[in-house]
Design a protein around this ligand. Structure first.
Ligand SMILES: O=C(O)c1ccccc1NCC(=O)[C@H](O)[C@H](O)COP(=O)(O)O
Length: 251
């Protein structure tokens, strides 16, 4: 493998995953992931197609109703995933054999498990063993306490759970600081560094990205193990365009 040139210090570019979070059939943004804080941005399919047209290689697609236990948008998310030509990470309410089978059957590239990893560790260990790289686990934290059930309930210690999942062969983690999510206050870089120090698995950063400088800062953590960054609110609020973000991470 050729050495990295001085102008491109990272071994690989940071992957960008624009987010489409769906509640009651609409693309929405939440603040701190709290139900009731929704701002609506219209059709999820139109949002997803817009990110694809702008050059995205990934889509982070979340069923918030399934996460909160207020129903689901399964058919709609299936339609969005089937329409995309890009890779899709599907998240929200994937907690048992039925919801896992439905999620995988959409043809998504991978699923993101959250609550199940906290409440049903034996099932998750089995899913990891059966599906390997198609499964990521979302580590959604306040401080170092994990949160499940749409981020409404405490679910144990971040680092104890991480060690358990590592030992079970979990392929990657999606790490969200709930205090930052949807706030445009910048990512929690210390949390990302600490998680990277605690695991050799790739980490996808989520929550709080507000600027191109935030993406540059996350990109600096690629050598430590950060593989990607999910961006939601900043794109919807037009803080920068997806093309500008892609130019930053691909330089
Ligand atoms: O991903 C979930 O399962 C989930 C559950 C409950 C509330 C929110 C959830 N996800 C939110 C996201 O993944 C956001 O789209 C992502 O963190 C982007 O955050 P931001 O860039 O701060 O808008």
């Amino acid at each position: 493998m050729p050495p990295s040139s001085p102008s491109s210090p990272h071994s690989s570019p940071l992957e960008l995953l624009p987010a489409v979070d769906v509640r009651d059939g609409q693309a929405v943004r939440l603040v701190h992931g709290e139900s009731g804080t929704e701002t609506s941005y219209g059709s999820p399919l139109q949002a997803a197609l817009a990110w694809q047209s702008a050059g995205a290689e990934w889509l982070h697609l979340v069923d918030l109703d399934a996460a909160f236990g207020t129903g689901d948008n399964r058919a709609l998310l299936g339609e969005v995933t089937a329409t995309m030509d890009i890779k899709v990470e599907l998240s929200g309410g994937i907690r048992d054999d039925d919801t896992l089978a439905a999620a995988l059957a959409t043809g998504c590239t991978r699923v993101n498990l959250g609550t199940a990893a906290l409440e049903n560790p034996e099932w998750v260990a089995d899913v990891i063993a059966r599906h390997g790289d198609r499964v990521a686990v979302g580590l959604d934290v306040r401080g170092t306490t994990l949160r499940g059930r749409g981020w409404t309930r405490d679910g144990g210690d971040l680092y104890e759970t991480l060690a358990r999942l590592d030992s079970e062969g979990c392929a990657r983690y999606v790490v969200t600081d709930i205090a930052k999510d949807g706030t445009l206050k910048g990512p929690n870089l210390d949390l990302l560094k600490n998680v990277c120090a605690a695991t050799d698995r790739p980490v996808v950063a989520s929550g709080g990205v507000s600027s191109l400088d935030d993406l540059r800062a996350i990109g600096e953590l690629v050598p430590e193990g950060v593989e990607g960054a999910i961006v939601g609110k900043a794109l919807y609020a037009k803080s920068f365009t997806l093309q500008e973000a892609l130019a930053v991470v691909n330089r």
